[in-house]
Design a protein around this ligand. Structure first.
Ligand code: URP
Ligand code: ZN
Ligand code: ZN
Length: 476
């Protein structure tokens, strides 16, 4: 199955790459292919797809006095189990740090530890003359995109002047600007006022981060990109009004793109408000604190996200994988939702959760592949190597069993008994506890080697290589 169609086929792999895609039972140069290879994987009755590319992950991201709980080792292994064979993680430059030093530190965290291939985007947390100069050198390092934040004043924030200057660098170099589009200064005031009124539960995180704040920032980002003549990619879109902003710009022919994440397709503010447990009470809702926040289902946001995936007003689905444990991490925000580290862990479940959208008729099988693999490769300069099953591409392949089943969860119930649900992420809970998927990742190949067979991991840390990416191949 590819982004443009499906057909029965044999895939011939030679070493790390795909040699040929053949009609079933073909001979090649007069020899029976199946008889002359050293291994045959029987995928009959199953889908053979290019390995997933998760273009938005945060291994070890420092946040709120702690750091995301998956290392490159644990996070990429979980990704492999879930049929994702490449990630693009965010290297971090914080204010006062040199961009080159931030990138070097990220290389150090990842090198020799990854189960699958990995690339980097660069978070620029402090735009100044120094970082602007350093950004111009990033494409040569294979880092062809950077992320700016309109949220989080005092942490990663860029004001409009800084955004404009960074976008001018993007225009000059061909880089892609990725934007966290929420009006941070206004959100921080609203959040403070809620806390002053004693509204400190996790639920109020989503009230402070109102959709108006996402719509406004998305519009502002689009106009700054327009006046700069630079392409824009908006990350973790969750508000239907933000999608409307993107759609309006795209209808004018502007180079404006967006991703959403599984949490904005399936989970809601109502779920978060209703969440309560013996252990945590209403603080249970902290499990789903992320930014942008979960939105109200009653207002139609989830429906609008699926619709935008069909109409190509949103082009991709990434996870924004940013896991934190409840104990010792999320619980830093007991009594003040602002101190809950922001993020949800989903890297292992993206391919499954999006496949469930095929089962329920939200998207086609081909669109599933396009949203999770083919477009991420094109968007971020990996086309031809990744995201397609064609001669010359890396043999990153997933055999997906539509007759299999996946039960998502942490694996143990509250008394510590196995539930038959499992994940491999380094988290003490699952944001997806209880989700059932009508399909299963059967076999995963990374550059020609089987790294997951059934539920068994056969790879090793350090298998994954750094991906030097080119410029985006998706722009108009
Ligand atoms: O809640 C989130 N999304 N945490 C990760 C940081 C970001 O803004 O992507
Ligand atoms: Zn963000
Ligand atoms: Zn993120």
């Amino acid at each position: 199955v590819g982004a443009t169609g499906r057909a029965p086929a044999d895939v011939l792999i030679d070493g790390e790459t795909i040699r040929a895609v053949l009609e079933p039972g073909s001979s090649l140069l007069g020899t029976d292919v199946a008889a002359s290879v050293d291994r045959v994987i029987d995928a009959s009755g199953k889908y053979v797809i290019p390995g997933g590319i998760d273009a938005h992950t945060h291994m070890e991201l420092p946040f709120g006095g702690t750091a995301a709980s998956d290392t490159f080792e644990t996070g990429t292994r979980a990704a492999a189990h879930g049929g994702t064979t490449s990630i693009i993680d965010f290297s971090v430059q914080t204010y006062g740090q040199r961009v080159q030093d931030g990138l070097a530190a990220w290389h150090e965290k990842a090198a020799g530890n990854c189960a699958i291939d990995y690339g980097f985007h660069q978070i620029v947390g402090g735009v100044d003359e120094d970082s602007l100069a350093a950004m111009r050198a990033l494409p040569d390092e294979g880092v062809s995109s950077f992320k700016l934040f309109m949220a989080y004043p005092g942490v990663f924030y860029s004001d409009d002047a800084q955004i404009l200057k960074a976008m001018q660098v993007a225009r000059d170099t061909g880089m892609l600007t990725m934007m966290h589009a929420e009006n941070g200064p206004a959100i921080d005031v609203l959040a403070q006022q809620l806390v002053d009124q004693g509204k400190t539960d996790p639920y109020y995180h989503g009230i402070a981060r109102a959709w108006e704040m996402e719509e406004e920032a998305t519009h502002r980002a689009i106009m700054l990109a327009k006046v700069t003549d630079a392409p824009l990619y908006v990350v973790h879109v969750s508000a239907k009004q933000a999608v409307e902003q993107l759609a309006t710009a795209r209808d004018k022919g502007w180079n404006v793109f967006g991703e959403t994440c599984p949490q904005y397709l399936y989970l809601s503010l109502e779920d978060q408000l209703g969440a309560s447990s013996d252990e945590w009470g209403a603080f249970e809702g902290a499990k789903w604190v992320c930014s942008t926040p979960l939105r109200a289902r009653a207002d139609g946001h989830q429906h609008a996200m699926w619709q935008a995936l069909r109409t190509n007003d949103l082009q991709m689905v990434s996870t924004d994988h940013c896991p934190f444990c409840m104990k010792g991490q999320k619980d830093l925000g007991l009594g003040d939702f602002r101190k809950i580290p922001n993020g949800i862990g989903s890297i292992e479940h993206r391919m499954d959760l999006m496949y469930q959208g095929v089962v329920t008729g939200e998207i086609t099988l081909e669109r599933w592949v396009e949203l999770t693999s083919t477009t991420p490769a094109r968007m971020f300069g990996l086309h031809g190597r990744k995201g397609v099953i064609q001669p010359g591409a890396d043999a990153d392949i997933v055999v997906y069993d539509p007759n299999g089943h996946t039960s998502i969860g942490v694996g143990l119930d509250s008394s510590g008994n196995p539930t038959g649900r499992a994940h491999h992420m380094n988290m003490d809970y699952s944001a997806w506890e209880g989700y059932e998927i009508d399909g299963h990742v059967d076999t995963v190949l990374s550059r020609g080697r089987v790294i997951v067979d059934g539920d068994e991991y056969l790879g090793a840390k350090g298998d994954g290589r750094f991906l030097k990416r080119g410029l985006s191949q998706y722009l108009l």
